[in-house]
Design a protein around this ligand. Structure first.
Ligand code: BGC
Ligand code: BGC
Length: 784
């Protein structure tokens, strides 16, 4: 069905394609071929409709809450893509007649989605169809479509219905009230829809232009308006061998668009109509070329990578990750963040998780620091929501929501989830209440950003406050245990969500400790070196008093240690005492979560089984806290018990395998992670792509194989290429400089391209190197 080696020559390893149509698997290509630009994302449903399709149009940050019983979600706005086509009375439908030469493909380099086939009807009539579409990376509001129909052996009466359809819902939930519809100049369609609770106006505009054999031509047309829908019926005759071409240009703007400022709906209508009119006059090809150039300069030249591998797929996989990381990220607006499914599906409701900070952000930090900063500013601006959550729970400081949407929403995790096979009721989702490590993850990301970029301005304005406010939360969260005279963190869910209501989850305790320790160090530093900032934050957060408390409590936080006999760190207070069962069946699954076919969550809670990396994630983040022996012993203990039921699991395991010196295992895990979306499983991406995993794939390559790491502010470059790779080239930004890293079997070459800094220090196998211009280090550790 899917083909990942279609491209050749200049398109080699740039193309993903579907070579036959199967209506059972519509979700696969809708998701993995989704188009977007960070402002919007449009699932790649086919032009003609099929039962079971998911037609989604999302605009980042336009959250709405349908009612009090549901959580805020990203609404599914009006569809602009669908076209109903009729040729000589037959409605285009790929399940009828015969299809030849079917190909649907996404070109990752240009961001264009193309589909072509010959349709042979039972009557013997034959038609060629070609569809193209793109979403502009230059004009964030613009979608272009081009459709060509050629009757090969007959004259044909062709009818097309096309327009703006606001009848869509989020799985039944209608987030919009009916708005105005209008036709301008007998040509330009406009539909307004307004979200019911957040009152965001969406302005959708569309124009159609036809040609026959390259000659502009106006078919007969009839305008229709319906509930939440405005559309044209076009009617025309096309002779045998002629090409009917339709160019459809659409735009979306909303009242949340920052560049529009505070304007009235009337003005917004005029602006958006004028915008469409101006842009569409350029035509599909010109608009498309503009976008292709932006892909080339802003994406591929900026952070493209070169991989020489025995398996061509590896290069494609990293490009696929780059493509999606680009289109999922609302880099244009620091009030917005990335959803766990990007903008590619309704899964996780457009909400932001720790997926951003721990899995996706490293890519941005090292590849485009400005975008990383924007994503962290979002966390700063959502402090109000974090304060609200802390308050509601009786804590101090900033307690970040497990799931986050609009800035001041606070916690938006739904409360009820999947079916409980034992009770028949819905399972309660505890993560919104007690999965608290997110608050440390955000702090961790801030420091990582600072260390890699040295962006003092960000820290002074946002970063330090965020570090102190999160430490304040953890300090208030600690619980004194009279029994062992230490501070505990009880009743949490750690990263491993198959263990609920546990005490002293190692990941959570260590990361809380780290947050407080790091905050304390920075607070002392500010007090000495940046008096005015210290004073400002002291006034706001009562720092002087907090610092005393942090100092006093830090060393009393209980940090689970490796057990003497086997070096295993207890994941929480009770994990190691739980029963062990044979997990082979669930480990070898193609689908995730099959253990729930046999047990409910309560029962899973009592088994030594993990959903995903937990202690392993801790080893990755705080690598210098643990020795290699401890890491290896825990890998051997926990990995066999980990089902990798979350897509966040494999990439962390891969980076750790690299750290532990097993590049072949690291490679196998990287490969597995890259096939989560880009593999042969036709159902795994139905609800959307796996954003964190795509960021994780980048980390497997750069932090794992490339061996890039920052440790206490020190850059380390220690590559470990997998056996079947002969070359890896990638850029990283370090303290504002762009470095080019070239790794081969023999050596690593690091070059400073921008040379803002005169010297860059880095470590390689415990040797300190100073990079001025270019440096070559042989893998046997000698410098050339
Ligand atoms: C996830 C949680 C999430 C919940 C609700 C579960 O499947 O594991 O992390 O909070 O869904 O979105
Ligand atoms: C995982 C979480 C993750 C969430 C969103 C869940 O299944 O367990 O760690 O944050 O999905 O991707």
């Amino acid at each position: 069905m899917m083909n990942y080696d279609t491209g050749s020559e200049e398109w080699k390893n740039w193309i993903i394609s579907e070579r036959s149509f199967n209506k059972k698997y519509l979700g696969k290509c809708e998701s993995i071929m989704v188009l977007g630009n960070g402002y919007m994302g449009v699932r790649s449903a086919t032009e003609e409709a099929y039962i079971g399709e998911k037609r989604n149009t999302f605009v980042a940050g336009t959250f709405n809450r349908f009612d009090q019983n549901e959580v805020t979600e990203l609404p599914n706005a009006a569809d602009l893509i669908q076209l109903d086509i009729e040729v000589n009375g037959e409605v285009l439908d790929l399940t009828k007649g015969t299809i030849h030469n079917y190909n649907r493909q996404l070109n990752l380099r240009t961001g264009e989605l193309c589909r072509s086939f010959t349709w042979v009807l039972t009557s013997g009539e034959e038609y060629d169809f070609r569809f193209k579409r793109f979403i502009s990376l230059v004009d964030l509001h613009l979608i272009g479509q081009k459709i060509e129909i050629i009757p090969r052996n007959c004259n044909s009466s062709i009818k097309i219905t096309s327009g703006i359809n606001g009848q869509l819902t989020n799985s039944g939930v209608q987030h919009f009230s009916e708005g105005d519809q209008r036709l301008y100049e007998n040509k330009y369609l406009q539909l307004v829809q307004t979200t019911t609770e957040s009152k965001i106006d969406f302005l959708m505009n569309m124009v159609h232009n036809f040609k026959i054999n390259e000659q502009i031509f106006t078919p007969e047309s009839m305008i229709h308006m319906d509930r939440r829908k405005i559309y044209f019926h076009f009617d025309t005759s096309v002779n045998k061998g002629q090409t009917l071409m339709l160019e459809k240009i659409s735009t979306i703007q909303t009242s949340r668009d920052r560049n529009l400022g505070n304007i009235s709906l009337r003005e917004l209508k005029n602006i958006s109509y004028a915008h469409l009119k101006k842009q569409s006059s350029k035509g599909y090809e010109t608009l498309f070329i503009e976008s292709v150039k932006a892909w080339e300069t802003r994406v591929w030249k900026q952070y493209g990578m070169e991989i020489e591998s025995e398996h061509e797929f590896d290069q494609l996989a990293i490009r696929f990750a780059h493509y999606h990381l680009t289109i999922m990220t609302p880099a244009h607006d620091n009030r917005m963040n990335i959803g766990a499914k990007g903008l590619s599906g309704e899964g996780y409701k457009g909400h932001t998780f720790w997926d951003t900070e721990i899995f996706i952000l490293p890519f941005w930090i090292y590849s485009a620091p400005k975008t990383a900063r924007s994503l962290l500013e979002y966390r700063f601006f959502s402090l109000s929501g974090a304060h609200k959550k802390a308050n509601e729970n009786g804590y101090k400081g900033a307690m970040y929501p497990w799931e986050s949407a609009w800035l001041d929403d606070g916690e938006v995790t739904p409360v009820w989830g999947a079916a409980d096979i034992v009770t028949g009721e819905q399972t309660k989702i505890w993560s919104g209440f007690i999965e608290q490590h997110i608050t440390a993850d955000v702090a961790y990301a801030v420091r990582q950003y600072f260390q890699v970029t040295n962006d003092n301005e960000f820290m002074n304005e946002f970063g330090f406050e965020l570090l102190f406010d999160t430490a304040k939360f953890w300090c208030s969260r600690l619980e004194w245990s009279i029994k062992d005279r230490q501070y505990h963190i009880n009743d949490v869910v750690g990263p491993d969500e198959y263990k609920e209501h546990v005490n002293n989850n190692a990941f959570t305790n260590y990361m809380a400790y780290w947050t407080m320790k790091n905050a304390l160090a920075y607070a002392h530093l500010l007090k000495k070196q940046k008096q005015s900032i210290f004073q400002k934050l002291n006034a706001k957060l009562n720092l002087t008093k907090e610092m005393l408390k942090w100092e006093e409590r830090l060393e009393l936080i209980y940090l689970p240690k490796p057990t003497a006999n086997n070096l295993v760190i207890p994941q929480d207070d009770t994990y190691l005492q739980k029963k062990e069962i044979d997990l082979t069946k669930y480990k070898e699954q193609d689908e995730v979560g099959t253990i729930f076919n046999d047990y409910n969550l309560e029962q899973v809670n009592e088994i030594q089984v993990s959903k995903q990396a937990d202690i392993m994630a801790l080893f990755y983040l705080l690598e210098d806290y643990f020795s290699s022996e401890v890491k290896a012993a825990n890998w051997n203990y926990y990995e066999p018990k980990t089902l990798h039921d979350s897509s966040l699991s494999l990439s962390i395991h891969s980076v750790l395998a690299s750290d532990l010196g097993d590049s072949n295992l690291a490679y196998r895990l990287f490969k597995k992670a890259s096939t989560i979306d880009l593999g042969s499983n036709m159902k795994s991406s139905d609800h959307g792509i796996h954003a964190a995993s795509l960021g994780g794939i980048w980390q497997c390559v750069v932090n794992g194989f490339g061996g890039i790491r920052v440790l206490e502010g020190q850059l380390r470059i220690e590559p470990k290429l997998p056996e079947n790779w002969s070359k890896l080239v990638f850029p990283i930004y370090w303290h504002g400089d762009r470095l080019k890293v070239v790794i081969t079997k023999e050596s690593v070459i690091i070059e400073n391209i921008t040379k803002e800094n005169k010297r860059i220090e880095f470590l390689n196998h415990e040797n300190l190197y100073i990079l001025i211009d270019k440096i070559t280090i042989q893998h046997n550790h000698s410098e050339k």
